[in-house]
Design a binder for this molecule. Structure first.
Ligand code: BTN
Length: 258
């Protein structure tokens, strides 16, 4: 029988992403495994894939529900410090491209890097960077996609999430989707010198712009209209009084104005 990494490697036309593929039936978190490997001498482009994560991690210390049927993969890359803000952009765009190529579905990005279909979350991305002596030691891009999962069976995500199999009404070919993600991430990573076009495509795929939002950044909450994003990835929110707030990190909820 052909193993999962073998079938993913077959005809994989990437240059960096997927140069080394590590597959586990079950791990705590593919990001944690990737970070452990990245601390040692590692081939850039190493990808860690798991069928199931027992302690999947989300942004802002949340947990990420990750049974079989959710694609969990983490890629180890070595961008420059200046390229770090682009990692969020290439990661989310790689997901939007791969979903479109494999399923024909148009997904959008909710700032900063959730991927949504019809207002529900289909993918979460957790990027973990390590800097040492002013240089990037590693950047781990962790991507979780609800591919073949019935989200209503999981109370914690039943209301807010959806899956590709639910939207398309068919089983999503896992190997094709993983290969698609790797091919798209590879292309975008190799095109990072053209930061302007990556930024513009990411901005144009954001569902957030023009919406009334509630942004939580640390202990502070802002409400207003999401006006635009800046090339460093930050979000500009116009408050009721006309004040513009720049949110660098945080979480955004799209709201109906009351
Ligand atoms: C979020 O939406 O808060 C981010 C979720 C990121 C989940 C992925 S699944 C693969 C990788 N391993 C993890 O533990 N987390 C990321």
């Amino acid at each position: 029988m052909v193993s999962l990494p073998e079938s993913i490697r077959k005809n994989l036309s990437t240059h960096i992403v997927g140069r080394n593929i590590l597959y586990f039936p079950s791990v705590t978190s593919t990001n944690d495994v990737a970070k452990e490997i990245a601390r040692k001498q590692v081939i850039e482009g190493t990808v860690v894939i798991a069928d199931e994560q027992t302690a999947g991690k989300g942004r802002l210390n949340r947990t990420w529900t990750s049974p079989e049927g959710v694609i969990a993969y983490s890629a180890i890359l070595n961008p420059s410090v200046a390229q770090l803000p682009l990692m969020i952009m290439i990661a989310s765009l790689s997901v939007v491209h791969a979903i479109r190529n494999i399923t024909g579905i148009k997904a959008r990005i909710k700032w900063p890097n959730d991927v949504q279909i019809d207002g529900k979350k289909v993918c979460g991305i957790l990027i973990e960077n390590s800097l040492r002596g002013g240089k990037v030691e590693y950047s781990v891009i962790g991507i979780g996609i609800n591919a073949n999962v019935n989200t209503v069976e999981y109370p914690e995500i039943a209301e807010t999430a959806t899956s590709l199999s639910f939207i398309s009404g068919r089983e999503i070919p896992k190997v094709d989707l993983i290969q698609g993600l790797m091919i798209e991430l590879d292309k975008l990573y190799l095109s990072m010198h053209n930061s302007k076009s990556i930024f513009e495509e990411w901005r144009d795929n954001l569902v957030t712009i023009g919406q009334y939002v509630r942004a939580v950044s640390g202990d502070t909450v802002y409400e207003g209209t999401a006006e635009s994003v800046k090339p460093d990835g930050s979000l500009l929110i116009k408050q009721a009084g006309g004040n513009i707030i720049q949110v660098v990190q945080g979480d955004v909820t799209l709201k109906h104005k009351t």
